[in-house]
Design a protein around this ligand. Structure first.
Ligand SMILES: Nc1ncnc2c1ncn2[C@@H]1O[C@H](COP(=O)(O)OP(=O)(O)OP(=O)(O)O)[C@@H](O)[C@H]1O
Length: 224
């Protein structure tokens, strides 16, 4: 699903955010990317989403080569990716349900199907009761769940979540991680970035990489 070989990312201002990244993720796997602030976690997710392109090495996501020349195909690939952004990117003035439905508008599904899938996704994240609440009235954790519902309602092959635990307390943060883990199946992989190393130490199921100054400085494989 993800194959990175010697990947580099240098931003236009000369900052080398990633160097020599080798990575493999198979269907059904969950990968946790940890590391301190500025170590390159978000930059790596941006490459996986095709928001940035590698400046060296080779990267494939779901068989799609990730390079500037492939921009048109990468736009198509995004339909089967489920991003959960750090800042959620929910649309204010719209309800939770509308936000989830808007995330599905390019899939070409009939309206009744979109409505059903959006409803089912909100049920899965435990927010059915907030379906008609404008997103600006939701708590941070609820907003996070809407963002997750929006990502999973599309039934993506790859879920990519950037710092999904934010400043949640330990129990709620572990709940969010376990919720994301629950969407993994034989066809779906999950990638999560977090600087909350203390939380990751409590999890023994999955694949873990530790980043430091743009490189991978440690790897661990838990039970799967
Ligand atoms: N658009 C950009 N242009 C130039 N440098 C950038 C850009 N985005 C990020 N960087 C730099 O790249 C490095 C890695 O940043 P990145 O956001 O990937 O780290 P991170 O591990 O996700 O940090 P955090 O945990 O704080 O979100 C940092 O030095 C950052 O300042």
């Amino acid at each position: 699903m993800i194959e990175a070989k010697g990947v580099y990312l240098t931003y236009p201002d000369g900052t080398m955010a990633l160097h020599n990244i080798d990575l493999q993720v198979q269907p059904g796997e969950i990968l946790y990317i940890t590391g301190p602030s500025g170590s390159g976690k978000t930059s790596l997710l941006k490459l996986l989403l095709g928001i940035e392109y590698p400046t060296g090495g080779s990267l494939r996501v779901l068989e799609q080569p990730m390079s500037k020349e492939e921009a048109t195909n990468i736009r198509r690939l995004r339909m089967v990716l489920g991003p959960v952004f750090q800042e959620f990117r929910l649309i204010k003035g719209r309800t939770a349900m509308e936000n989830v439905m808007l995330g599905m508008r390019f899939l070409g599904l009939p309206h009744h199907q979109i409505k059903k899938d959006a409803h089912d996704a909100l049920v899965k994240v435990g927010l059915e009761h907030k379906k008609f609440a404008p997103v600006e009235n939701l708590s941070w954790g609820e907003g996070q769940r809407v963002a997750i519902a929006r990502a999973v309602a599309r039934k993506p092959a790859l879920i990519l979540a950037d710092e999904p635990t934010g400043n949640l307390d330990k129990d709620n943060a572990l709940n969010i991680l376990s919720l994301l883990n629950s969407f993994r199946d034989e066809k779906t992989a999950v990638v999560i970035t977090t600087h909350a190393t203390h939380l990751i130490e409590e999890i023994d199921d999955g694949k873990f990489i530790q980043m430091e100054a743009g490189g991978i400085c440690g790897e661990r494989m838990g039970a799967t």
